[in-house]
Design a protein around this ligand. Structure first.
Ligand SMILES: *Cc1c(COP(=O)(O)O)cnc(C)c1O
Length: 344
């Protein structure tokens, strides 16, 4: 059974002595070697399957720390804006902590599994007739004028918790990888990985990938109406913009865009030839490697090892999966008919 993050890595997290540990035994997720991708990319590729966290995404790593601190300082409620996974995670940890939860999501724009999670965990779910960036602006204002804890990745404890994924990668490989490929939305996670690697004295090349229709960091300006099938990274004005860009620069890495088609191709490839079902946004890391390779700054060696972060579970978004999958084959109760259906 995984040990709670706060027990494994507590000395690197700045919780106060009296804070309770609100945990669902998150973290300790599988790091899976991929011979096929290694062959295609020309480096040893490992996949960090964050869908194995309790609510199905890496958000749990940050949420255990943020909600423990919120509870420790006497908060009665937590709030977030979310493209879905932060809402699911905040709702679960709030339930666990006995706190009220409120989540603001862009109306009609979040995957159905995430919505089901937030509702089942008892959060108040508000569907905003706008996008994620507008929702974040509103919750920031609410948190300033009400005794409610904001648990978006602007919360430093979220970043602290999420940096433990970098520790796990280093611990499992026995050293830091030469490069890390990661989807980028609000840019909290790439900021967190970089902080985690820096804590270990490592500086892997960071490759960040945004969806073409939601690529503010690539284009160098906010996007008013971000659009992509990868709803978890449908963000036009990342809160951690500067920190992420500094991390890309310091690591001699880069941020690039991938098309929805490239994302969906990688999404299907991972499911059908690796046995790993991640959500579309997660597949952006692999799509990016396949589309852009492993570019390096002049005078640097090409990376020999790369870790791709698969940020969330494919079950979150059954609509996208079923919409892109081959049809189910109907069959009558008849041996010959079934034989034909199976073998033809
Ligand atoms: C939140 C999320 C991202 C983006 O992470 P940021 O910290 O916002 O950059 C990517 N994929 C999934 C599945 C997510 O839930």
């Amino acid at each position: 059974m995984p040990t709670p993050l706060i027990e494994r890595y507590g000395e690197h997290l700045s919780l106060e002595a009296g804070d309770p540990v609100v945990t669902l035994n998150e973290g300790s997720t599988p790091l899976i070697h991929s011979p096929r991708l290694s062959e295609r990319v020309g480096a040893e590729v490992h996949l960090k399957f964050e869908g194995a966290n309790p609510t199905g995404s890496f958000k749990d790593r940050g949420m255990t720390v943020a909600v423990s601190r919120a509870k420790g300082r006497g908060a009665e409620a937590v709030i977030c804006a979310s493209t879905g996974n932060t809402a699911a995670s905040a709702a679960a940890y709030a339930a666990r902590a006995g706190l009220r939860g409120a989540v603001i999501v862009p109306e009609g724009k979040i995957a159905v599994g995430k919505l089901a999670q937030a509702l089942m965990h008892g959060a108040r779910v508000i569907a905003l007739q706008g996008n994620f960036d507008q929702a974040l602006t509103i919750v920031r204002a609410l948190a300033e004028s009400h005794p409610i804890e904001l648990v978006n990745s602007v919360n430093r404890y979220r970043i602290e918790g999420q940096k433990t994924a970098a520790y796990e990668v280093c611990d499992e490989l026995g050293e830091a990888p030469d490069a890390l490929a990661i989807p980028v939305g609000n840019a909290g996670n790439v900021t967190a990985y970089w902080a985690g690697f820096q804590d270990r004295g490592a500086s892997p090349v960071l490759y960040g990938f945004q969806a073409e229709g939601a690529a503010p960091l690539v284009e160098g300006h906010p996007i008013d109406q971000p659009e992509t099938i990868a709803s978890a990274i449908r963000i036009g004005n990342p809160a951690r913009w500067e920190e992420a860009m500094n991390a890309f620069t310091a690591s001699r890495g880069r941020v690039a865009a991938v098309s929805d088609q490239q994302i969906l191709d990688a999404y299907r490839l991972l499911a059908s030839s690796e046995g790993l079902f991640c959500e579309p946004a997660s597949a952006a890391s692999v799509a990016g490697l396949l589309a852009h390779g492993l570019p390096v700054a002049e005078g640097s060696e090409p990376p020999g090892s790369v870790v791709c972060v698969l940020t969330g579970h494919g079950l979150k978004d059954p609509d996208t999966a079923l919409g892109k999958a081959p049809p189910v084959i109907g069959c009558e109760v008849d041996l010959a008919a079934v034989e034909k259906a199976v073998f033809d």
